[in-house]
Design a protein around this ligand. Structure first.
Ligand code: GDP
Length: 301
């Protein structure tokens, strides 16, 4: 939690401190509520959820009366409700097939979102848990992406299956899963290309990748990697991806130093899938499971 808090230092400045300063005012009046709305919308929480939260906060403070300390408690509760709407969001990663075959984790998202880095970081966590992992470098359109994944493979100590530049991504995905099956691996993680060409092209490409994988082993997760700093633009891209593949979880990257932590709320509501992991830096250990309570505490400082 301490690390999460340090890493969210930027968000804390933008969101937590601002909110708490507002609630420490002597009088909680209309101006206070409007300022709180501004802070939340500025942090990308989204207009509708913000209004709901502030309405509830205002009503509860009126009914329950209250000092600044109580307002803080109520605000924390309402933020947690917003981040974790109590619909039993299952945030655990499913990384193994149930039938002795490997589980396949497909990682999608636009270029630059942090896919390759996230693949490396997930591999590191799984290896630390003594699982055997194979990586598939199916982002074949960028030689740099393949090299980058190969570097992660060396660093973490796992095999990376790759093809020559420009190979059909589906063929690399197929080969990586075959290697996973043949070597009895627990998990195969497939990095995909993030060209946001037209929707049909993306659908064809990812659809084919998924089909060739499923001939050999179950796709247990489709993780959409989103850069938290991209705001509304990121949301539009997220919608396109969730239209073309069945996304099972979101990885929100670059939350370190971003004042946009509220995007967690917006994206979960929009896509109806949980944020499962958050990226908190460029290093190998900078990936954490998402925990609503810890996240809100870190935001509030
Ligand atoms: P891809 O094109 O989606 O595969 O993206 P990359 O994995 O190549 O990441 C793009 C850039 O974002 C790289 O410089 C990464 O080091 C950086 N990056 C990825 N995740 C994070 C994160 O959580 N925090 C920060 N600060 N940088 C990140």
């Amino acid at each position: 939690l301490v690390r999460l808090r340090q890493r969210l230092a930027g968000s804390q400045g933008g969101l937590g401190r601002g909110l708490l300063a507002l609630l420490s005012r002597e009088r909680l009046d209309e101006e206070t509520w409007e300022s709180i709305e501004d802070v939340l919308i500025g942090a990308d929480v989204g207009v509708a959820p913000t209004q709901e939260l502030v309405d509830r906060l205002r009503t509860r403070m009126r009914v329950e009366g209250g000092t600044a300390a109580e307002a803080r408690t109520v605000l924390r509760e309402e933020l947690v409700n917003l981040v974790d709407p109590g619909e039993g969001l299952d945030r655990r990663l499913k990384v193994s097939g149930d039938d002795g075959r490997p589980g396949v984790v497909l990682v999608v998202g636009v270029n630059g979102a942090g896919k390759t880095t996230t693949v490396g970081k997930i591999a590191r966590i799984l290896v630390a848990e003594d699982r055997s992992v194979v990586l598939g470098a199916a982002d074949t359109f960028r030689a740099a992406a393949v090299e980058q994944l190969a570097t992660w493979g060396e660093r973490v100590g796992v095999d990376v299956v790759r093809g020559p530049e420009g190979t059909d991504p589906a063929s690399v995905a197929f080969d990586s899963v075959r290697q996973g099956v043949e070597t009895g691996a627990d998990t195969v993680i497939v990095d995909t290309a993030g060209r946001l060409q037209n929707k049909q092209g993306l659908m064809d490409e990812l659809g084919k990748v998924k089909r060739v994988i499923e001939k050999q082993a179950p796709v247990t997760e489709v993780l959409l990697v989103l850069d938290a700093t991209t705001g509304q633009n990121g949301m539009i891209q997220a919608r396109v991806f969730s239209d073309v593949v069945d996304v099972t979880g979101i990885v929100l990257t670059k939350l370190d130093g971003s004042a946009k932590g509220g995007i967690v709320v917006a994206v979960q509501r929009e896509l109806g899938v949980p944020v499962k992991l958050v990226g908190l830096g460029e290093g190998a250990d900078d990936l954490a499971p998402f925990d609503a309570g810890a996240f809100v505490d870190a935001l509030l400082g």
